[in-house]
Ligand binder design. Sequence first.
Ligand code: NI
Length: 176
Amino acid sequence: MIREVLRMGDARLLRRARAVERHDTPELHALVADLFDTMRALDGAGLAAPQIGVDLRVVIFGFGHNPRYPDAPPVPETVLVNPVLTPMSDELEDGWEGCLSVPGLRGVVPRHKRLHYAGFDAHGAPIAREVDGFHARVVQHECDHLDGILYPMRVRDFTRFGFQDVLFPGQPARDE
Ligand code: NI
């Protein structure tokens, strides 16, 4: 079911979400299905449970190659429950981000270039990956939502923050 995505200003986006205590439940599978339905309906790259008002540590992300975004490498479709992120170096990389909870805007955000992440899929199977680049960026963006952090809070240079259609005329949007 496609759910309403909360927008910045809603206090529910600012909470630290609760850990999932039981894996592989019908409720968890229904939540994940709703997250995918909602993300696909909005052509997003990722979505976190708090964005649809669910106070749990669950994120999804991923997409295949899209000819409209030749520079964006595909990211495997992933469900991540109770994620733990561990940067593999202090090296940060700037990149443009958007967010379904901050529609129409884009900003440059520094993120860890390489990191290890771990968690569980919806069935409770462990996931552990080392990633870099855009994949690493998407994971950091989504997991920030679990701690009540929206990407504008991480923008350092507000000369590179603005409306997507003004910054990149004619370019389709993809929000996280
Ligand atoms: Ni977001």
